[in-house]
Design a protein around this ligand. Structure first.
Ligand code: GTP
Ligand code: MG
Length: 366
């Protein structure tokens, strides 16, 4: 899973990125020069994986991973309806989700590009920017379709006409500020748009970057913004980026102590992962053995045969069946033999929908 971090210049993207990835990238305000993209992989914490590892003592324990990409060096003018262009667009298009960092922290030493800190305005500015970027792609596609309609054979013309109708419909709604993910397109239509990687079709997690001085009111700040910005399929959370970045540099126990003192229940990292999983409809299943205990990330509605394909395409191709036990049943049994004896190890076919926490073993032919 890949999540791209975007936001207006100086909103705290690199700071949040560092907090999420424990990566110490340079975070200069308004870094000038070329566009930089900075990827880092974060391991998804899962207590269940640790418990399984304690039982199997495998050579290797492999958590699921999320790749975060920090995009830096956006021009100051970004956010003024210039559209998202070039390399920036390429990086964004491959992301499964967008994490938008919004500045809420007050700091007179760090001027805001618009003069005044106003999170809601910034969210709306970025929304406009993403819509504008999608509109540019649609315009280009429409003019291609226009030529195809003039010259193409009748079979091609039919599909071009269908696509043109869809593009025009999406364009109209975008012009009324409705992002593609809220346009109630059919599953077929959404699939046909896959190639374009429209930005407003992607799920978005908004991170309100509050200042360390605002910590006492940070829940209130978030609640107020949630009331003011009520788009479905967008999730809002808040964190103090600067503080979180400092905390990941401490030892776990020191950081926990500190969190307790200031009344923070969870790490920003855990909160972001939890919200990313639910926003994207992701779950985890496990494979176990003496060599490796591993967590895999899949979409909620994935059939067994496709989950198997995550591990290896050969297993998908030669799929016979899956042996499945839930994590809880397995823990009650203590080992596979016991689980089997009590009938907790089920045999499932290709179409079985894998559930969160399933421990699966796939039988296949090559
Ligand atoms: N006081 C305070 N400063 C912060 C906070 N978060 C970020 N900053 C500061 O704001 C400045 C910009 O933060 P960055 O993380 O570099 O922002 P960015 O969005 O990556 O900036 P660009 O990549 O230049 O667009 C830095 O000086 C940070 O230290 C915060 O929560 N509180
Ligand atoms: Mg940056």
């Amino acid at each position: 899973m890949e999540i791209s971090i975007i936001g207006l210049p100086g909103s705290g993207k690199t700071t949040v990125f560092n907090a999420l990835t424990k990566f110490t990238a340079e975070n200069k305000p308004h870094s000038s020069g070329g566009l930089t993209t900075n990827p880092a992989v974060a391991k998804v914490p899962d207590e269940r994986l640790q418990k399984l590892s304690d039982i199997f003592h495998p050579k290797k324990t492999t958590p699921a991973e999320i790749k975060y990409i920090d995009i830096g060096g956006l021009s100051k003018g970004f956010g003024k309806e210039q559209g998202v262009s070039g390399q920036f667009l390429n990086t964004l298009s491959t992301a499964d989700a967008i994490l938008q960092v919004v500045r809420a922290f007050e700091d007179e030493n760090i001027p805001h590009i618009e003069g005044k800190v106003d999170p809601l305005r910034d969210i709306e500015t970025l929304d406009m920017e993403l819509i504008f970027s999608d509109l540019l792609i649609i315009e280009k596609r429409l003019s291609r379709l226009e030529s195809a309609l003039k010259m193409g054979k009748s079979a091609e013309r039919d599909s071009a006409m269908k696509e043109q109708e869809l593009m025009l419909r999406i364009k109209k709604s975008l012009e009324q500020n409705v992002p593609i993910k809220l346009q109630q397109l059919s599953a077929d239509e959404m699939r046909s748009l896959n190639n374009y990687q429209f930005l407003t079709a992607k799920p978005m997690l908004i991170v309100i970057n509050v200042g360390e001085k605002q910590l006492p009111i940070y829940e209130k700040t978030l609640e107020e913004l949630k009331k003011a910005y009520t788009r479905p399929q967008v999730d809002l959370i808040s964190m103090c980026g600067k503080l979180e970045m400092e905390l990941v540099q401490l030892s776990d126990s020191e950081a926990e102590e500190f969190r307790k003192d200031i009344g923070l229940k969870e790490t920003a990292f855990d909160v972001v992962i939890k919200h990313s999983y639910s926003l994207l409809g992701l779950i985890s299943f496990f494979t176990v053995g003496e060599d490796e205990v591993k967590a895999w990330t899949i979409h909620r509605d994935t059939p067994a045969v496709r989950a198997a394909g995550k591990i290896h395409t050969d297993i998908e191709k030669g799929f016979i069946r899956a042996e499945v036990v839930t994590f809880n049943d397995f823990m009650k049994s203590g080992n596979m033999a016991e689980a089997r004896k009590h009938g907790l190890l089920r045999l499932e076919g290709k179409t079985y929908i894998v559930q969160d926490g399933d421990i699966a073993h796939f039988l296949f032919n090559v």
